[in-house]
Design a protein around this ligand. Structure first.
Ligand SMILES: C[S@@+](CC[C@H](N)C(=O)[O-])C[C@H]1O[C@@H](n2cnc3c(N)ncnc32)[C@H](O)[C@@H]1O
Length: 208
């Protein structure tokens, strides 16, 4: 990673709360969104595996968004792969109109281990409600993490705050055994698989 890229930003700093994200150019294609896309590795792999989809990454590190856009142009896929600089808990409602997104992916979010940093975690009750509103009927939120505490917290928040008609595709309070969308593993996912590290996954679907 280039040294100019910041490894972390504080999503609760004033600088990250007081800006408006650029509007996205949404197409008629099925829209798949990664929340916290980092360098966009998943976006490009996933777009290559699914040429009919529009793939969008939401990321709070502006330099990474800039680099993803540049790569998308170089690879001539900028009509299908986009990245937007945004702070997920603050801006999600502004980015996607109701009933527009086929699936959200929250792949290996920052765990923010320290208790006083838990409030920086991306999946809040408001985000669960915004995700649900933005999904098309039958649309999904897919989550995965190799940090059990983070995954359990995310499951707790989703299970508790999911509006009616937004339900786990498996049993409630149960992690999935496998990744149902395994064709485009993220960098962290590949590392965990190679090292035999357990990954905790769940998926919620909006009723059709
Ligand atoms: C650990 S990385 C995961 C990257 C990728 N999803 C993967 O699986 O390899 C988490 C990413 O989420 C981004 N992020 C953290 N908080 C965010 C927020 N509030 N809004 C948008 N992006 C955020 C971080 O900058 C980072 O790039």
């Amino acid at each position: 990673m280039a040294s100019r890229i910041r490894h972390h930003v504080n999503p609760l700093s004033m600088r990250m709360l007081e800006f408006d994200p650029e509007p996205l150019a949404l197409s008629e294609r099925p829209i798949h969104v990664e929340l916290g896309c980092a360098e966009g590795e998943f976006l490009f792999r996933f777009a290559a595996a699914h040429p009919d989809y529009q793939v969008i990454g939401v990321e709070i590190r502006k330099d990474l968004v800039h680099d993803i856009r540049k790569t998308a142009q170089q690879q001539k896929v900028s009509d299908r792969v986009q990245a937007v600089f945004a702070n997920i808990p603050i801006h999600l409602d502004l980015l996607f109109p109701p009933n527009s997104v086929t699936r959200f992916y929250l792949n290996f979010p920052d765990p923010y281990f320290k208790r006083e940093q838990h409030k920086r975690r991306v999946l809040t009750p408001e985000v669960v409600r915004s995700v649900h509103a933005a999904l098309i009927p039958g649309g999904e939120l897919f989550f995965q993490s190799d940090v059990f505490d983070t995954a359990l917290d995310a499951m707790y928040i989703t299970e508790l705050h999911a509006p009616a008609g937004f339900e786990s595709v498996g049993e409630p309070w149960t992690f999935l055994r496998d990744n149902p969308y395994a064709d485009s593993p993220t960098r962290r996912e590949r590392f965990c698989t190679e090292e035999g590290i357990r990954i905790w996954r769940f998926c919620y679907r909006k009723s059709a």
